[in-house]
Design a protein around this ligand. Sequence first.
Ligand code: GDP
Ligand code: IMO
Ligand code: MG
Length: 421
Amino acid sequence: MKVDVLLGLQWGDEGKGKVVDVLTPKYDVIARFQGGPNAGHTLEFEGQKYVLRSIPSGIFQGNKLNIIGNGVVLAPDLFMDEAKELEKSGHQLKQRLHISKKAHLIMPTHRLLDAANEAAKGKNKVGTTGKGIGPTYTDKTSRNGLRVGDILDNFQQKYAEHKARHEQMLKALNYTDYDITEVEKKWMEGIEYLRQFQLVDSEHEVNRLLKEGKSVLCEGAQGTMLDIDFGSYPFVTSSNTICAGACIGLGIGPNKIGDVFGIIKAYCTRVGAGPFPTELFDETGKKIRDLGHEYGAVTGRERRCGWIDLVALRYAIMVSGVTKLIMMKSDVLDAFPVIKACTAYQLSDGSVTRDFPFDINEGITPVYQELRGWNTDLTHVTDKSQFPKELNDYIQFLEKELETPIVIVSVGPDRHQTIEM
Ligand code: GDP
Ligand code: IMO
Ligand code: MG
């Protein structure tokens, strides 16, 4: 019986998709447990690049069962586009992608509400992906949601009632200039398409498989700093991205969890608004963005770039009980003579802390430790014995600061550019 969990520890886009694909051969089942099409998980192999949004990243290797769990929010139209694209490139999904009947549906009006809420916030907007994530989870927790299982019975009436309620809300927000006729038509096609998949009680399925001795890898979306409870609130997403989210989003007991893999970039990025203490506004930040191709996989937005933040990472490791770290995009730092790591925050009263504070919105000055860069092309490295000394020093420094071992170092986007430690 084995459930491992894989999480982003920063502000998302750490490279979770790539690692899930790499680790898939070791598991029987890959399951998504939260988030929705706000995620963009990129995989590269055999010269092809795929961006997955709602479909787990275990879909490409060895015919494994993939599950979309109850904690996920699903947009049928976007899901249909994503799945058909994969089918077109020869990947059959219908038998091995199961969808929880308890997953909530993102309606077209949820996306309008997302836009309306952002407009109402004005300069304080979150910079959401516009996929309707916040309003869908809000409907879920306010006990107004529409679930995948609802499409099996009297669906049109339920849909109409939810839509009418949303229209009232949009009116109250003075957001009335829209026409969703076409979008709605496609959305309904998406509902019909969804019926071709196995809609399951995934909590029963996962626990039965565990009883049979099967192993499960839970794939997180977003990152700890975007967690609704522990992230940089209110500039967060609307789900629990930490380890506990896997228990809730799949119906797995916490005592079943084995390893918790924390995915980190060798530096740090953020897309959307909100605090980011180690953000670089200078040429160095621009160089990281250019070399790391730091543009959003979902929205194409420029990602904000900065040095690694060990205060935030210690916190992320703590709240999820991370047992192993995986460092991504190490090659992006190949050409930096000096690499910096934020080891503590100086607060506005002058005090210095290594503990993540209540509010990082203002008054944080990062305290940096400087390390020597390696000035070596890592992208062709095939074994850790070829690592330059400075990279080994950086790894050891991080392991000591974070009190957690780094078990994989990624040196390029391809599946094979992955070094086990
Ligand atoms: P996710 O949301 O956590 O799955 O990450 P994204 O896919 O949004 O962003 C990670 C980006 O970095 C993708 O474009 C990946 O192809 C790419 N990537 C992943 N690992 C590496 C790596 O080690 N080096 C480089 N240069 N790119 C990587
Ligand atoms: P993956 O899984 C990076 C950010 C948005 C915004 C905030 C809220 O690819 O790592 P939302 O649409 O969720 O209501 O937006 O969260 N955000 C992400 N940033 N990677 C993601 O996913 C993200 N999903 C949401 O930019 O700041
Ligand atoms: Mg992403």
